[in-house]
Every structure is written in C-alpha cells, then in structure tokens.
Design a protein. Structure first.
Length: 159
C-alpha cells in the first residue's frame, strides 16, 4: 500500500508571515526530537512533516519502534501544524490526543504528518498519520487526533 501524498486539505492563512522560520527554530530547541533523531522535513500553513529513521535503541522488546516514540513524532507533527497558524507571540500545549497504532513499525523510515482540521481562538484540532516507508512501500502505522491549546502572549521558550 502506498501512502497518499498528503498536503493540507484546506488552505489556511498564517497569522505570522515568518511562521516557517518560527516553527523550525522551535523544533530546533526540542531536545526530545534531537534525542530520538527526528528531523522536520516540511512546514506549510496548517501542515507539518517529521521523519525518523528506525534505530534499534528506539524499539521495544519485539524489535518494533516503541509506541511512545510513534506518539512523540505524531504529537510534534500535529503540534507544529497548529503552531504554524498561531500569532508570533503565542505558544501552545497539547491538552489531549488519541492515537491508534495499526501496524508494527519495523526497520525503515517513519514519516509523521500532521494537519490542522480546525484552528480556533483557544483550541485547535489536528489530525495526524504516521507511515513506515520501507523497500519502496508505505504502510500506515498510526493515526492520531489531537487538541491543542494556544497560550497567547507566552513565549515558546523556557525564558
């Protein structure tokens, strides 16, 4: 099964013209993403993609990528999709997500894609998918729905 080319189904207008640089800068400060070796590969208004190559130290006892790692990249892809639409002075936090893991993530490249379903003044709804690319094929590994809360006038840094 080949993964569809996923781009935002609805075009959104970012509130910050420098949204992509702001998203990339924030992602660069995410120590957790650095720890697991994830990279930010696409940022569009309301859309984000993160890739993670399989590594043995990210697996559980059966050799599959641990579900917590799958959740991490899906959470970040969805979060940055929402963050791309927020004002420059705002930040956000995840308040809820539901993830369904549908296939084991064996050796290959994990690709997490997040997109905004509905942006809101306070709460935004996103959806995400994680695919495993291996040997020229893509398999859907997980699907997520997420709710995020915007924190107005709150810097996206520990300062």
């Amino acid at each position: 099964m080949n993964a569809p080319v996923s781009m935002p189904s609805e075009r959104f207008e970012p509130q910050d013209p420098d949204y992509a640089a702001r998203v990339r800068e924030s992602f660069g400060r995410q120590r957790a993403m650095q720890l697991i070796g994830a990279t930010l590969t696409a940022v569009e208004p309301g859309f984000c993609e993160i890739q993670l190559p399989w590594r043995e130290d990210l697996t559980q006892q059966k050799g599959y990528v641990h579900g917590g790692i799958i959740g991490m990249i899906a959470d970040s892809a969805c979060g940055y999709a929402a963050y791309s639409l927020m004002p420059a002075g705002a930040s956000l936090v995840t308040v809820e997500y539901k993830i369904n893991i549908m296939a084991p993530a064996r050796q290959g490249l994990l690709v997490a894609r997040g997109e905004v379903v509905k942006p809101g003044r306070t709460l935004s709804i996103t959806s995400g998918e994680v695919y495993l690319r291996r040997e020229g094929r893509s398999v859907l590994v997980a699907a997520m729905q997420q709710t995020l809360m915007m924190l107005p006038d709150t810097p996206d840094s520990p300062e």
